[in-house]
Each structure stands twice: as C-alpha cells, then as structure tokens.
Design a protein around this ligand. Structure first.
Ligand code: ZN
Length: 231
C-alpha cells in the first residue's frame, strides 16, 4: 500500500504543476493582449492622422488676425495662399503669419482665372505676387494654388512652384453659417486630406476653429501642406 500512497502524492503534484503552467500561460497571454490593445491606437493616431488646413484669398485685415490668434492658441500651423494685391496692402498681417510659422503660398495677384488671361498675364500675376511676398518675408513661396483650381499644363515648365489643390471643399464662401461649413468638412475629411477654407468671413474663421477642435479630439494633428506632401 505504501506505493499506492506515494503514487497519489505524485499524481497530486503533477496536477499542481499542470495547473501552475496553465495559469502562468493564461496570465501571460492576457497581459500580451492588454498591452497590444493599449499600445496600438496611440501608434496609429500619431503616424496616420494628419491633415492640412489651408486658407485662400488673404490676407484679410479683419479676419486673418483673428484666425492667427486662434491658430496660435491651438498650436496649429496652417497654409495660406495669398493674393499679391492684398499682401501689399496688409504687410503686417503677412509678417505675423510668417513669424508664426505658417506656410505661405501664391494664389494670384488679383484673383484672376489663369485659363482665361493667358500665359503672359499668368506669369506676371505670379511674379508680382512672389515679389510682394518676398518684400515682406524675405522668402519666395514654393507652392501655388491657382484660383478656381485652374492651371495650365504648359506653365509647369515655366513656373518653379508646386501646384496644390484640395480634397475637402465646404464652399465656405457661399454661406454665412459656420455650422454648415463644419458639418461639410467633418463629413468629408480623412487622414492625409487638404481642407480648403477662406479667411475672409467671421463664419469661415469660426468654422475653422470648430473643425480644428473636433478633429484634434479625434486624434488628428494639423500640418502644413509642405509637411503633408513630404510624409
Ligand atoms: Zn481664391
């Protein structure tokens, strides 16, 4: 009988070992699952969710400074496609825009449609705007957004600028209702997009702030068009 007792003790020991191994394995697995679940979303947000917010037709003496205040408060760098004629009129606004670290690009001198005015006039519009920007910031722009998105292919060989269009257009210039603009932007925006707005009205500026606050809460970070294209 003594060997039967010994066997029983042995058997209990085996069950004890098995239970120990099973529990260790389960706890290890659970820890691995938890750490994967907590690490992954942060990683995706940081690497993937960038967006560029852009403003055309400025500088505007009334609304651009308000916009710059709000962008500074939110730590956001934006991209501005400027009208040369307005740069000449409101150089202080452009100087602050540049000093605040925003990216400045060319729109045109007098908001003309490049397809309608012909090559010679287009080149003159771009050159005059570049000079106006240089006189204020000490730098020439590297990017252009043609008014109405109308570019001519043959200009590529003559203009040393990168053309930037957009993915999200809420037509903010056609409404005074900021909520409408916000809804249109939020409905369409996805990571990597370029949002088009105009710093020319109170509703557009208010919409920009709400869009930024909402997307930042969703894990988006705002970069300039240059940073977005380089990614
Ligand atoms: Zn425009």
């Amino acid at each position: 009988m003594w060997y039967e007792m010994a066997d029983k003790k042995q058997w209990k020991r085996y069950v004890g070992y098995a239970l120990f191994l099973f529990l260790s394995y389960s706890i290890g697995n659970a820890a691995a699952v938890v750490s994967t679940m907590t690490l992954q979303p942060e990683k995706v947000e940081k690497e993937m969710k960038t967006v560029a917010i852009t403003f055309d037709d400025g500088p505007n003496p009334e609304y651009t400074p308000k916009l710059l205040d709000g962008l500074e408060k939110r730590g956001v760098k934006a991209t501005f496609f400027l009208l040369g004629e307005e740069v000449k009129q409101y150089p202080d606004v452009v100087r602050r825009m540049h000093d605040d670290g925003h990216l400045i690009g060319v729109h045109s001198y007098k908001h003309v449609n490049f397809k309608e005015v012909g090559t010679a006039c287009t080149l003159q519009q771009i050159e005059k705007t570049q000079k106006a920007i240089y006189d204020v910031t000490g730098e020439y722009a590297g990017y252009i957004r043609p008014p109405y998105g109308c570019w001519q292919k043959e200009l590529d060989a003559q203009v040393n600028l990168i053309e930037v269009l957009w993915n999200v257009d809420p037509r903010d210039w056609a409404t005074t209702d900021a909520d409408t603009v916000v809804q249109r932007v939020l409905k369409d925006t996805k990571p990597g997009d370029i949002i088009l707005l105009h710093d020319a009205s109170a509703s557009s500026v208010q919409a920009a702030f709400t869009v930024i606050d909402t997307l930042q809460k969703q894990g988006y970070s705002f970069v300039t068009v240059e940073e977005l294209l380089l990614e």
